[in-house]
Design a protein around this ligand. Structure first.
Ligand code: FE2
Ligand code: FE2
Length: 289
């Protein structure tokens, strides 16, 4: 079974939003877009990104959030048109969850554009998708709107559901691929900041130590990495980086991760692919340890 893991496309449509100005993010965000994001997330990268995923002829495509930049209707419309192309090819093999940018403000959440335009997203905060008799993807959605910050939160009720689900997976002897938007640990060279981190990350670390999923897939921090940490050595944490960002550094430049998994959950050919900015996605090995 072949996997593609990608995320953080961050489509954007315009720089200023003349509404919801009571939210500081509604004017700080656009100023930031004008100064930085417009260059960092070139619209010309979007279609090559979607085509690269399609060309992989993958069985499973896992998208770990941040479809949009400001959770605006226009952005969801664009994301929907792009992801429709993947859905056409991969069908139910497309497994996706939202990121913090897709729930940018309380008002944008209430409008329900995300659920409307990205109908392939699961309705529940914790969901499962069985891929093979012994292999299941468990997804958890920790994204909530914040007035200014970009955190995620491990809320008690969602965490209880996740524990119950992992308990069920253990009873039924499933090999689990856990997916979320936020990292719960990061490599020492990429520390997480207080306004960007997953609040309650220690609960996720404890869960991963206890239930030992084979993989934890996430994005949010726009750096590609593979991390096997001594605190949870049975789980390989993969950050797919952004598939839409322009950068001089290979780990930050637009790219994604692929691998093969057999029916016993063995991982082979773990590879990162990085966009050359024109037409080619250049592969390089991603160390498992
Ligand atoms: Fe992001
Ligand atoms: Fe994010």
């Amino acid at each position: 079974m072949k996997f593609v893991h990608f995320g953080d496309l961050h489509v954007w449509s315009r720089c200023f939003v003349w509404r919801e100005l009571q939210y500081p993010k509604r004017w700080i965000g656009p100023v930031n877009l004008r100064l930085n994001r417009r260059k960092r997330f070139p619209p010309g990268y979007r279609l090559p990104a979607i085509e690269a995923v399609i060309k992989e002829k993958t069985d499973i495509a896992v998208y770990t959030g941040d479809f949009t930049t400001f959770a605006l209707r226009e952005e969801f419309v664009m994301a929907s048109a792009l992801f429709e192309r993947i859905f056409e090819k991969v069908g139910d093999g497309l497994i996706a969850l939202p990121g913090n940018h897709d729930r940018y403000t309380e008002a944008s959440v209430q409008k329900g554009h995300m659920e409307h335009y990205l109908a392939f997203l699961p309705k529940e905060r914790v969901f499962t998708r069985q891929l093979a008799p012994r292999i299941t993807v468990v997804g958890v959605d920790h994204a909530y709107p914040f007035r200014l910050r970009s955190n995620g939160i491990v809320k008690d009720d969602v965490h209880e559901q996740l524990v119950e689900t992992m308990e069920r997976m253990k009873r039924t002897n499933q090999i689990v691929i856990l997916a979320g938007h936020f990292p719960f640990i990061t490599p020492p060279e990429h520390p997480e900041s207080w306004h960007h981190k997953l609040i309650g990350e220690e609960k996720m670390l404890e869960l991963v130590r206890t239930y030992k999923p084979r993989l934890y897939l996430h994005g949010h921090k726009h750096v590609r990495w593979s991390l096997r940490d001594e605190r949870c050595p049975d789980t390989l944490c993969l950050n797919c980086g952004s598939i839409g960002m322009k950068s001089d550094s290979r780990e930050k430049q637009a790219g994604y991760i692929t691998w093969d998994m057999d029916d016993r959950g063995e991982i082979r050919n773990l590879t990162a692919k990085v966009f050359d900015g024109r037409s080619t996605w250049v592969p390089h090995d991603l160390s498992q340890d």
